[in-house]
Ligand binder design. Structure first.
Ligand SMILES: Cc1cc2nc3c(=O)[nH]c(=O)nc-3n(C[C@H](O)[C@H](O)[C@H](O)COP(=O)(O)OP(=O)(O)OC[C@H]3O[C@@H](n4cnc5c(N)ncnc54)[C@H](O)[C@@H]3O)c2cc1C
Length: 468
């Protein structure tokens, strides 16, 4: 769809970039997304995979009497509802239990969860309910003794990376949004009525693109483009690493479990994950530079396991580990990263024809995109934001993928369900540059079982040239 409105160049195909693309494309903008690596492969693949308002932020909103935190929770609860319904195959409501040891905890958590439920009105999931001791231990048979009961409440869970890829495909099919993976923006040059960007592809080719406006949606890497445009600008982001473990537990896990107090005053989620595994996370450790595919440090692994072992008996085998960097907007240099609210900030640089979207969370990606467009219309174009086409679901048409799977049904490895047809589909689309893009980005196997993922990557590498 050509556009009389103009062309928006979005840098980054994580949740922030895709949310902005959705908000722009549904209003008729021509959208080009430039992504340095694979779609959604940055922070957007390393989340805890919760679609949530944030129980912890509610607690902090109450303790600090912070209106911003309060609004963040309310807004996220509304978006939670939209997102769960936006792609029912990849998103689902998830029950989570908070264990209690005494009457005070029962009252405290019960009050908080009822408030959480009330805040979500009219976008509620199911109401929280009390589990007595029998019901609690039935739900978690390997839990250690000593708990009197627990509160069961609802949030959502999703497959973050695949959701990003499906959203990208939906945007391409419905609105003709163009997405170029492995095209890194290296420099940007604002002009009077446009902005020009320099791009380098993974093959070393260099070229330029020009658009009416540039959106910097590069997550934890956002300060790079800010400084490319204004070299003297102070960095705006603080980066905090969050690590997760995927574990094979003594029994499969069916509901989530919240460890309500860690040694450093945080919370940890223990969540049901693929193939009956347990997903455990996360940590919050300040870092200096965001790396791509960061390793999980052994101290963080021990920290997570030590907390799990306080609540659960039995042996746990680590199947996979992953970590990512939260892009947090700095309040000041001293406050601990765990205390920084996960809200988003939009910086409008009219003279540079650029808008930066900083911070935020996956759950609010659609709202973040809407806020970017609202800022563009109100502060730069000086008109009010038009309504645009309504989008309630982002499920792409996968019939071409299914057809290729039928045409090339051979598995990549005999014991695995993944077929040659799928590899050919993503390669023909130009959305798979390396075997990792398929194994991690489409099958998410590195988040389930590292050793299986490595075997598949090695096997794909050998046949990469023929699978086109
Ligand atoms: C440990 C952890 C747990 C979390 N858990 C949750 C959760 O459970 N629920 C929730 O709602 N939120 C959660 N979040 C928050 C959420 O994951 C992030 O806020 C969100 O994914 C950030 O998306 P983004 O698009 O801003 O950044 P990214 O996903 O990092 O996307 C930025 C993209 O920009 C690209 N890029 C960078 N530089 C360039 C360049 N020069 N040219 C082209 N492309 C470039 C990168 O390759 C990357 O793909 C969590 C975050 C972390 C770290």
């Amino acid at each position: 769809m050509g556009s009389s409105l103009g062309k928006l160049i979005i840098v980054g195909s994580g949740s922030s970039g895709l949310g902005t693309a959705l908000a722009a494309a549904r209003r008729g903008w021509q959208v080009l997304i430039l992504e340095a690596r694979d779609i959604g492969g940055g922070t957007s693949t390393t989340s805890t995979k919760l679609i949530h308002g944030g129980i912890r932020y509610l607690e902090s909103a109450l303790k600090r009497l912070s209106r911003t935190d309060w609004q963040l929770v309310q807004e996220a609860l509304q978006e939670r509802y939209w997102m769960i319904n936006s792609h029912p195959q990849l998103c689902r409501p998830l029950p989570i239990v908070i264990p209690t040891s005494n009457l005070w905890e029962r009252g405290y958590y019960g009050f908080g969860l009822k408030l959480y439920d009330w805040l979500s009105f009219p976008y509620r999931l199911e109401a929280p309910r009390w589990l007595d001791q029998n019901a609690l231990y039935k739900q978690f048979p390997t839990m250690k003794e000593g708990f009197k009961g627990g509160w069961l409440y609802w949030d959502g869970q999703f497959e973050d990376r695949l959701y990003a890829v499906h959203l990208a495909l939906f945007l391409r099919q419905r609105f003709n949004v163009e997405i170029r993976p492995y095209h890194r923006v290296t420099q940007a040059h604002p002009r009077k009525n446009s902005i020009k960007v320099e791009i380098e592809t993974a093959d070393g080719e260099r070229y330029t693109e020009e658009g009416d406006f540039l959106i910097n949606a590069t997550g934890p890497w956002s300060d790079f483009l800010r400084r490319a445009l204004v070299p003297t600008i102070t960095p705006r982001l603080r980066i905090s690493r969050g690590s997760h473990l995927v574990l094979e537990g003594p029994t499969p896990l069916f509901s989530g479990f919240l460890i309500p107090r860690t040694t450093d005053g945080r919370i940890i989620f223990v969540l049901p994950w693929k193939e009956g595994y347990w997903l455990l996370g996360t940590t919050d450790v300040e870092a200096q530079v965001p790396e791509w595919n960061p390793a999980v440090p052994s101290e963080e692994e021990s920290y997570l396991l030590a907390h799990l072992n306080r609540y659960f008996e039995g042996e746990f085998k680590i199947k996979a580990r992953f970590a990512g960097f939260r892009p947090l907007v700095a309040a000041n240099e001293k406050s601990p990263t765990a205390r920084l609210a996960r809200t988003h900030v939009i910086e409008v640089w009219s003279n540079q024809r650029c808008i930066h979207i900083l911070g935020g969370k996956w759950t609010t990606f659609r709202k973040m995109g809407e806020d970017v467009m609202k800022s563009l219309y109100e502060k730069v174009i000086h008109t009010s934001l038009p309504e645009g086409a309504s989008v309630e679901q982002i499920v792409p048409d996968l019939s071409a993928l299914e057809a290729l799977k039928r045409a090339y049904p051979s598995p990549i490895l005999p014991q695995e369900p993944f077929t040659e047809g799928e590899v050919r589909f993503w390669r023909r689309l130009g959305w798979a540059y390396t075997p990792a893009d398929i194994v991690e980005g489409r099958w998410q196997l590195h988040l389930i079982d590292e050793s299986r993922a490595n075997q598949l990557k090695a096997s794909l590498q050998e046949r990469w040239n023929e699978l086109t």
